[in-house]
Design a protein. Structure first.
Lengths: 302, 610, 331
């Protein structure tokens, strides 16, 4: 039902890769200020997620005299419906959001890569069955499925959220990895390994996997943003009861209890998480450009 | 506090359509056939559900109380006189001295929107339906008799003296027998009579139980029934013309008995999915009348800035509270509940959660403050504990009960750390905000607390009844009389049920009997006198004289204040809005304003501006 | 013949998928903690119904009997499903799920379809320009716009549109699909009203999927530009207009493969877009049914969303095989 995705197998990566990966990476990233900016944004949010919760007390103070206060020195991003600083909410809320998204990306990559590799390497009935499943996962609309799963699944822990996001989202990656594996398995070094009688797992994980590693790394990044959108979306819709503060909860409360779409006062409460999501998107888009070039030498030359 | 209603919301106003797209002006005007401007409003009870039957007994039925769904009469929400009514289909009524027998005389010109007269038979059928819905049992209705085509006699169950008999009777919806009788079995009244038996004969009791089940089954059928007429049959001032998922259009019912009073030709009922949508309509000045909607101050400011919008404030008889399940440790301890009352700052909670349409509750005595002031003497008022925020008092109370503060967190006498979950309801934005504030207050006091959200109010009530929620939000008051208010605590929720004329108390362990507050059988008042609150509350509902009610109300209020089965957080204020740009001559008295706008219109209020 | 066989095999595949999804929701609801079906049954018994009565009630609601063995329940459910009986809604008392779902489905399908067409046309055009002019400022700007919009989640787009065009500048209406005063039918005022109301939601769909089309089309065109036949045509002096035709036709084929992903994404977006713009489509139905814990309705809405995606995929695949001569002949 779904034909192959379009990624180009990174053919010559094998020869260029190892000796000075970091230096190449740095050269590519620093080639354009936009890429530096992208990297900076990603690092910024990663730091926020790691150290953010330590910067504020466990229970953020409320202030009934500063409800929906405008941005000021004391409240750089304004306050919410109970006078809590939006900045504090953003910073402390980042961990759940980003950690769950990272988990989602890891699970996606794990399922997608292993199924793609196995399917592409073995072909035959294994391939047919796995690709049927992949087609199925790809066809089922992912977000509605998540919403339905929210009735049975407890999303309280980021890892639980990440797992479900991963298990519903690996289809595209599996297809892409399979098609790359298909082209790699006919190459000389794989043929040679097979000729030497090396076990299949050695060929798949030692010979083929490293060659599609860069592509997977890019996907990891894309999956992280995808994960953020999905989980924030779930909280926004309010189908997942919220026990923890995070960006999606902020969006939900801003729109449904603060009337942020109806009154400018509550707007900072809505815009704070919204802008964070946009910034992070921007960071990832800018940085992906660098990754593209790093792993796709054809582009680097041209 | 509007729930997420089911379907969707609405459309362009006329002005928007005119401004936005020229093609609409002619279409809209021609379809109104010179009917001038429609009166736009929302219904607080339900939105619009395309496909739901035109049936007032269906939860989502597409009929609108006070417009195309008409009652015998409409209550004025008087705090002092439960029998003060605006006549509806009942032109007049007479009551005997002990209020057990009522004779209702129908409007002589009352007709259904198909031109057929409204008869006593319609009323009798409607009462049979009221039995299938459990509504008639709620006011102890015994017998219904059509005296002639225009008069119906109602009598309470023998031996009963329910003092809201007339009050609730008059508020019953009347439906056309021609449409609804087919869904009822021929022997419906035999079933009802059998189900009414409450004597000691076990054989008859078994029969009664079976009949009651039968009634419930018929009730479900009635609720799901789609009357065969394609459009609804209305005895009210309006009749449904058209509806889609965004709005329902009702036009004037030419057969309405007081049609000459009605100056509005068309009513547009907007749909909504949540409060934020109603805020939108209000801000754009689209609603000519908006019944109570919870909103934060920033929205109120915005709404009042819109041309023509006017705030209309009337008292409400509802309060929001936090209720304890005393069957769950440690909330069985009076001192724990008192301590919590001292920790929770109700001023702050109200300011954040219900800033526009609430006032912080002064006394947690089970009544709204206005009623407390009305029923208690100044001396008694002074003796009530207001539980002003006082953390040291709370600490003292907890320590007395064996609680220990370890590393800033309270440990319960059983040695376990004390954590709390406050249950609230999805879509009730004010409750959710309040739960968050209270959580942060309690957490900083040393009780790690988090809010949790139950999917719907009905679901919350069910989980409360199942005894699953130790601390949860609860509506208090809910009625004009103190008996209504105390009944919320010391009624079914505390296991007290009126079976026929006998008051029975089910223990909390009795499944599905609804005892979840589970107070001790007797509780002390301020003076230390032990009273039985369930029995007193029931007594209160059977006495007609205010003088005789007063001492009971006072005792119950004192006992509630001292035992804190619920912490009343704030009293609601009924903040509604009218828009005076398109219409004029709005009513000013609360008697009308607390009713749907259709009730104003049938009395001659509301005229289009020329 | 080839085409027909392909179509039939796709239809069979689709039917199997629907079966799997239906089974999934069945077991999901059935195995839910605090099984709502059994809970409903128990409540009815406690309310004093006889087991038979309660069974009948629950069967009406869910389409099967809770105390049968699981396998029997399952087949019972599937049998009802074959007769298009999706049970009765709990929150819409006494209304059949099929009725609600059918009345809501058209709005979702119309909006998604319009959004799809709009984003496809815009995205593909912009993609071609971005590819052909890839070394100019315009090309770069288009590519960046595509990457950014591709990255912005749908609910952000929808929220921003709603804020800008209904609150800040109230140009567009908010709410129902059309003005209820108009007679429903094939008349200009009604269709105009529908279109006017649909502008923002369709824009939200279109903006959020425009980037995907653009990026795919761009890379596709670039790869076609390097193909021999294009070079040959250029050397042979084929007119640019006709050459463009060659390129577009060959470059557009790979887009069909993005179609499947895009559809799932669009229908997924309906949950937000219908919620934000207050449309009563399947997405909103799914969300409200979950907040009302109306499981029969939830299963119905989810099944229909999935069926819409599967069907659209089959149609797309069929069109693909009609357009692409390689498939028409072989496979």
């Amino acid at each position: 039902m779904i034909a192959e995705q379009l990624p180009q197998p990174t053919t010559s990566a094998a020869t260029l890769r190892r000796p000075s990966f970091l230096s190449i990476a740095w050269r590519v990233i620093s080639a354009r200020p936009s890429r530096m900016l992208g990297l900076a944004i990603i690092v910024f949010f990663a730091l926020m997620a790691i150290v953010g919760p330590f910067l504020y007390p466990h229970n953020l103070p409320i202030n009934p005299n500063a409800i929906y206060a405008p941005p000021s020195l004391r409240y750089p991003l304004g306050t919410d419906f109970e006078g809590t600083s939006n900045l504090a909410l953003i910073v402390t809320g980042a961990r759940y959001v980003l950690f769950a998204a990272l988990m989602a990306a890891l699970f996606t990559v794990f399922f997608g890569t292993s199924i793609g590799l196995v399917s592409g390497y073995f072909l035959g009935p294994t391939d047919t069955i796995l690709m049927r499943i992949t087609d199925f996962i790809l066809t089922i609309p992912g977000f509605p499925l998540l919403v339905v799963l929210s009735t049975v699944w407890n999303f309280g822990q980021p890892i639980a959220m990440g797992f479900v996001l991963g298990i519903t989202g690996w289809g595209g990656l599996a297809r892409a990895v399979r098609s790359q594996t298909l082209s790699l398995r006919e190459r000389g070094f794989v043929e040679a390994a097979r000729g030497l009688g090396l076990p299949w797992w050695h060929i798949v994980f030692q010979e083929i996997l490293p060659n599609i590693g860069p592509y997977i790394a890019m996907n990891l990044l894309v999956s992280i943003t995808g994960g953020i959108y999905a989980e924030v979306g779930l909280f926004y819709l309010g189908v997942v009861p919220f026990h923890v503060n995070n960006w999606g909860v902020m969006l939900n409360l801003a729109v449904f209890t603060g009337g942020a779409l109806q009154s400018p006062q509550a707007l900072p409460y809505l815009l704070s998480p919204l802008v964070c999501i946009l910034l992070l998107t921007l960071g990832v888009v800018l940085f992906l450009d660098a990754m593209d070039e790093m792993f796709n030498p054809r582009l680097r030359e041209g | 506090m509007k729930r997420y209603a089911i379907a969707l919301a609405s459309v362009t106003t006329l002005s928007l359509a005119l401004a936005g797209c020229g093609t609409f002006s002619s279409a809209t005007l021609s379809s109104n056939s010179g009917a001038s401007i429609p009166f736009t409003t929302i219904n607080e009870a339900h939105g619009i559900t395309v496909g739901a039957p035109y049936n007032p007994f269906n939860t989502n039925g597409n009929t609108w109380d006070g417009y195309d769904q008409w009652q015998l009469a409409f209550y004025t929400n008087s705090l002092t006189n439960p029998n003060s009514f605006i006549p509806g289909l009942a032109k007049s009524w007479t009551v005997n001295a002990n209020q057990t027998k009522v004779v209702v005389t129908l409007q002589p010109n009352a007709r259904w929107s198909n031109g057929q007269p409204v008869t006593a038979n319609d009323v009798v059928t409607s009462m049979a339906i009221a039995f299938t819905q459990g509504n008639a049992q709620a006011f102890d209705l015994g017998t219904v008799k059509a005296l002639n085509n225009h008069q119906v006699e109602f009598e309470q169950l023998p031996g009963d003296h329910y003092n809201l008999f007339l009050n609730q009777l008059l508020q019953q919806t009347i439906v056309p027998s021609s449409e609804f009788a087919p869904v009822l079995p021929k022997n419906i009244w035999t079933i009802i009579d059998t189900a009414q038996y409450t004597g000691n004969n076990s054989k008859l009791l078994a029969k009664a139980k079976k009949a009651a089940n039968e009634l419930a089954t018929i009730g479900k059928k009635v609720a799901a029934y789609a009357p065969p007429k394609s459009e609804d049959l209305s005895a009210g001032p309006f009749v449904l013309k058209n509806l889609n998922t965004g709005e329902a259009i009702l036009v004037k019912n030419p057969y309405f008995y007081d049609a000459k009073n009605v100056h509005v030709k068309e009513v547009v009922m907007r749909n909504y999915t949540g409060n934020e949508q109603i805020w939108n309509y209000l801000e754009s000045g689209q609603l000519d009348f908006a019944p109570y909607t919870s909103m934060p101050t920033n929205i109120l400011d915005q709404v009042l800035r819109t041309k023509g919008n006017k705030e209309v404030v009337t008292p409400a008889v509802v309060a929001a509270s936090l209720a304890f399940n005393e069957n769950i440790y440690p909330y069985n301890m009076v001192k724990v509940r008192q301590a919590l009352a001292y920790v929770i700052n109700r001023q702050v909670v109200q300011k954040i959660a219900e800033p526009v349409s609430g006032t912080p509750a002064k006394w947690p005595d089970g009544l709204i403050d206005a009623a407390t002031k009305q029923w208690m003497t100044p001396a008694q008022l002074a003796s009530l504990n207001t539980y002003s925020p006082n953390l040291s008092k709370a600490t003292k109370l907890l320590k007395e009960s064996g609680f220990k503060l370890v590393n800033g967190q309270w440990m319960m006498p059983n040695g376990k750390p004390w954590t709390m979950t406050i249950y609230t309801v999805n879509g009730f934005s004010d409750w959710i905000a309040a739960a968050k504030v209270i959580s942060s207050e309690l957490t900083s006091f040393g009780i790690p607390t988090s809010p949790d959200i139950v999917s719907s109010y009905a679901q919350e009530l069910k989980e409360q009844q199942d005894g699953k929620l130790p601390v949860s939000f609860y509506l208090m008051g809910l009625g004009p009389t103190p008996a209504n208010a105390f009944n919320m605590i010391y009624g079914v929720a505390d296991g007290y049920n009126l079976i026929g004329t006998h008051l029975v108390r089910y223990p909390a362990s009795a499944k599905d009997k609804g005892n979840w507050i589970d107070l001790p059988a007797t509780i002390p008042t301020t003076t230390g006198k032990m009273i039985n609150p369930g029995v007193l509350t029931n007594e209160l509902s059977e006495i007609n004289s205010v003088a005789k009610q007063r001492p009971i109300v006072q005792e119950l209020a004192e006992a509630t204040d001292r035992n804190v089965p619920v912490i009343t957080l704030w009293d609601y204020i009924n903040v509604q809005f009218v828009n005076t740009t398109r219409f004029t001559d709005f009513p000013t008295s609360a008697a009308y304003l607390d009713n749907p706008a259709g009730v104003w219109m049938q009395a001659g209020y509301v005229r289009p501006k020329s | 013949m080839q085409l027909l066989r392909r179509l039939i095999s796709r239809l069979v595949g689709g039917a199997i998928m629907v079966l799997v999804v239906a089974s999934f929701t069945f077991f999901l609801v059935r195995l839910m903690p605090g099984n709502p079906v059994a809970a409903e049954y128990n409540t009815l018994i406690m309310r004093g119904m006889t087991p038979t009565q309660a069974q009948n009630e629950v069967r009406v609601m869910y389409g099967y009997i809770p105390h049968e063995p699981l396998v029997d329940q399952y087949f019972h459910y599937l049998w009802q499903l074959l007769h298009f009986n999706l049970g009765q809604s709990i929150s819409y008392e006494g209304v059949s799920v099929l009725h609600i779902v059918l009345s809501d489905a058209p709005w979702t399908i119309v909006l998604v379809f319009l959004g799809l067409i709009t984003s496809f046309l815009l995205g593909v055009t912009a993609g071609v320009i971005a590819a052909v002019k890839r070394s100019t400022g315009l090309g770069n700007a288009l590519t960046v716009s595509g990457s950014l919009l591709h990255g912005i989640p749908q609910f952000v787009v929808a929220l921003l549109l709603a804020f800008l065009f209904t609150t800040l500048w109230p140009i567009f209406p908010f709410g129902a699909p059309y003005n209820a005063n108009l007679t429903v039918g094939f008349n200009f005022p009604f269709l105009g009203s529908v279109a006017y109301h649909a502008v923002l939601p369709v824009a939200a769909y279109a903006i959020s999927s425009y980037g995907g089309w653009l990026l795919t089309m761009k890379s596709s065109v670039i790869s076609v530009l390097g193909d021999d036949f294009v070079l040959a045509a250029e050397i042979r002096g084929v007119k640019p207009r006709i050459r463009f035709g060659y390129i577009a036709r060959n470059a557009i084929l790979p887009l069909f493969t993005v179609f499947a992903l895009s559809l799932g994404f669009m229908f997924g977006g309906s949950l937000f877009i219908e919620n934000i713009f207050d449309y009563n489509g399947l997405g909103n139905l799914l969300v409200t049914s979950i907040s009302n814990r109306d499981y029969p309705l939830m299963s119905g809405a989810f099944l229909f969303i999935t069926m819409a995606v599967i069907l659209s995929n089959i149609i797309a695949d069929f069109l693909y095989s009609v357009v692409d001569p390689r498939i028409r002949r072989s496979t």
